[in-house]
Write a protein that binds this ligand. Sequence first.
Ligand code: ADP
Ligand code: MG
Length: 614
Amino acid sequence: MADEITDVVGEWVAFLSRYCKREVAEVEREFPFKRSLYIDYQTLQASGASGLRLADEVIEKPGKAIGDIRDALRQMTVIDEEKIRKVNIRFHHIERVTGIRDIRAYHIARFVSVQGIIRKTTDVRPRIIEAFFQCPGCGTETRIRQGLGQFEEPDECSNPECKRKKLKLVPTRSRFVDSQKVRVQESPEGLRGGERPQTLDVEVADDLTGSVAPGDRVVFNGILRSKQRVNYGTKSTLFDLYLECSSVEAPEKEFEEVNISEEDEAEIRSLSEDPELYRKITASIAPSIYGNTEVKEAIALQLFGGVAKDLPDGSRLRGDIHMLLVGDPGIAKSQMLRYVVKLSPRGIYTSGKSSTSAGLTATAVKDDFGDGSWTLEAGALVLADMGVAAVDEMDKMAKEDRSALHEAMEQQTISVAKAGITATLRSRCALLGAANPKLGRFDAYAPIAEQINMPPSLLSRFDLIFILTDKPDEKRDSAIANHIVSAHRVGELIMQQQTGPVSPDHADLLAAESVTVDPPIPPEVLRKYVAYSKRHITPLITDEAKEILIAYYLKLRHLADENKPVPVTARQLEALVRLGEASARIRLSRTVEPADAERVVKIVDLCLRQVAYD
Ligand code: ADP
Ligand code: MG
């Protein structure tokens, strides 16, 4: 046994002197500025049979591995004992990621990597790791190492002659480390339809504190720990899990985005050449909803989005297309919003009434999570960074959200400055909003700003605003009615199929009815298509397309009336450009052609006709 232990330490010595010599020397030279020694897990794993064994040990007994590495450093005698005791031993580049929802008791005390999006962070606070006590009677000193969780105090003075009960903590001679608590949530793209995302709390310490913000997508590597629950002062048999963070990394592209295989790519490429492409994509958005073709076409453009540009002067132009559906209740606004989340690689659906305390943007609160210190929590627009945030019932959102939304929509950042916390979070998402008019029905003669409780300054940040009314119209009503009943019938037929024997003409009936509600492109394929296009296609506007857009914009300016609720400003021109780029992206085209320009002029004109001039 003793042999084996020295052996492992010897193996670590061999590994460290071969692969980490520079890092170790840096720690010696630059401590305390460099106070973490990073061990590349993949290098370790690839360093022969002993490396493979050590790598397994890092996963299975990380606590022991860290102790062994400190012993190995002692044997190498290149670093002082003091530094060896204080240096953080960290592991990174672990290739196996465990899903947050797959974490079980089995993982306790093991090394795990989880990937997700940061939901909230506390501010950085000092945490005591070595408490220094002094006996007020005899002066005897006692040091106690502190773990995470409860503070440990000596029962009595260690001097057998004294044995005094109450010892005094001396903060100036104790050791503290910066500490921060973070809550990470599974990424929305990994969730299958409507599952509730699960979270894991992470304790971050020392030089890693302050390195992440809500909304960041990260991989946390660390040791899974458990903490006993306490209910009203009595200890429970249940334990809570948290991760003691070893290192933080940006996720690999493959984890981050939708996975696209070579076959997928071939399918996407061939689909992009389909002459019916635009019609098919439009028809694949919320197929159970009848009509609303223009809205669906606009949603298609929104999914693909324009190109975000960083200009040489440091400013940034957003590429995301914001869009608002205003209208009478019961016309499927909510249904369409919910469907979009299925198609957007990073979609989030939320209601303006707010399901979480963080609301739409972000909040800083003093709560239990931070044990009474400040916590910064990301709202929907931060969590939907790089995707579509579908926000229903925007007319009912909180006042603070409404004002924060101005910055969130245009600069695509959210600034929080409250008490101890100042932060700027990113919200590079496309907003798809829906709002019901205050009085139940839309009044064509009253300004929309008043009817949906949104100032014109906010309305002008939407690239497209659709006003949907529900006027009785016999032909349309009967078409919708047929469509709705067909959708229900398809559902019924599928249920029957699953629950018992079916009649001979069942399949024919199902096929006939499905035609109306089946998307020509299945949602999984469209999602990949969108992700692929956003990743690879950055179109450029051709001169001909540019002329069409500018001519239309000038015409608008000429017609515009300053008293209209949504004034025509340079924002509309930017909207036209973004929409044009999105239209080209749908075809996977690297140029915005006149046909794209005409398509978007038609849509913008339809929207403006309802709100700005008519
Ligand atoms: P809103 O959010 O606009 O108040 P909902 O999305 O809740 O409306 O829709 C109400 C119901 O009416 C939904 O079940 C929806 O499927 C149905 N519905 C409304 N309009 C249509 C339509 N054009 N085609 C199919 N179903 C519709
Ligand atoms: Mg609704």
